[in-house]
Design a protein around this ligand. Structure first.
Ligand SMILES: [Zn+2]
Length: 294
């Protein structure tokens, strides 16, 4: 297969016998915050050493219609804070978006702060079915004692936490597999979705999948030409993918990607793991994690 286009994506999942795609790693943000994120990516050469032209820099309405045209039947908004005092209003915003957009799965976030436990409990009560944490952007220690009851509550609720905990594209004081494993040791039943397949510490994060029954890997940017050029997935990890079919879940980072959505799908297809693997990754695993019927 060469150069799958976005227009061809619906025929691609239909040929697999799927009703569409479920993408566990999509971002929608309050407009003023999104403008700041996009301004940051405009300076990507300074920040990351590589240009990062955003492919889907459109209005919220247009971004939603692009996802619908691709056949993405369920996606969370995955907003996340970079400082204290933000998470609670971000949760109000993402839960409101989910109430307005049928395909949008209610999501929430948190930060180590005294009221974290109460707004996380409130978000769960209001239907949040997935949480997002970004260890590098947040700049906090996931082992912070203020978060211990939060991880415990989310583990007990069985709600997945999509966590950017790998050290790519830039590392932070608390990124990397060791810190997250310390959290898992305390909360071994936590449903942890390691974003970006743990890039660039792929092998160590795959080891966590072996050791903890509810650790998953999202595919966000993994195997794309863009990420392969800077942090390629080693053969030792590729060799293990066929056996990880029930623990890998589609993620894309839409809209903030420097290539087409179709390229992420193509990057998974060309792994050669087969149709059953693709069906699990593109639909069934996400459906199970996000509690999507049908
Ligand atoms: Zn992301």
């Amino acid at each position: 297969m060469t150069e799958l286009t976005d227009a061809e994506v619906p025929a691609y999942w239909a040929a697999l016998g799927l009703p569409g795609l479920i993408d566990i790693h999509v971002h929608f943000l309050p407009p003023q915050m999104l403008a700041k994120v996009w301004a940051y990516f405009d300076q990507a050469v300074e920040h990351y050493g590589v240009a990062w032209p955003i492919e889907y820099r459109f209005s919220e309405e247009e971004r939603i219609s692009r996802l619908r045209a691709l056949g993405v039947r369920a996606f969370p908004a995955l907003a996340y804070p970079h400082k204290p005092g933000m998470a609670s209003w971000l949760n109000d915003w993402t839960l409101d978006l989910a109430a307005r957009i049928p395909e949008c799965v209610p999501s929430a976030t948190f930060y180590p702060e005294p009221d974290a436990m109460s707004y996380v409990a409130s978000a769960l009560e209001r239907g949040a079915r997935v949480f997002k944490v970004h260890v590098q952007v947040g700049g906090f220690d996931p082992r912070d004692p203020l978060l211990d009851p939060v991880w415990g509550l989310l583990a007990e609720a069985g709600v997945p936490v999509v966590t950017h905990c790998g050290s790519g594209p830039i590392g932070g004081t608390f990124t990397g597999p060791d810190v997250m494993e310390a959290v898992l040791r305390r909360h071994p039943s936590l449903t942890l979705v390691v974003a970006h397949l743990g890039s660039p510490e792929y092998a160590a994060f795959v080891d966590l999948v072996d050791r903890y029954p509810r650790v998953y890997l999202d595919t966000t940017m993994a195997f794309t030409d863009f990420l392969e050029a800077v942090a390629s997935v080693p053969d030792s990890v590729r060799d293990r993918l066929p056996d990880l079919g029930d623990r890998v879940v589609l993620g894309s980072d839409f809209p903030n990607i420097p290539y087409s959505y179709a390229h992420q799908i193509e990057a998974l297809d060309r792994l050669g793991c087969g149709s059953d693997w693709l069906r699990a990754v593109l639909w069934h695993n996400g459906a199970r994690l996000l509690n999507i019927a049908g």
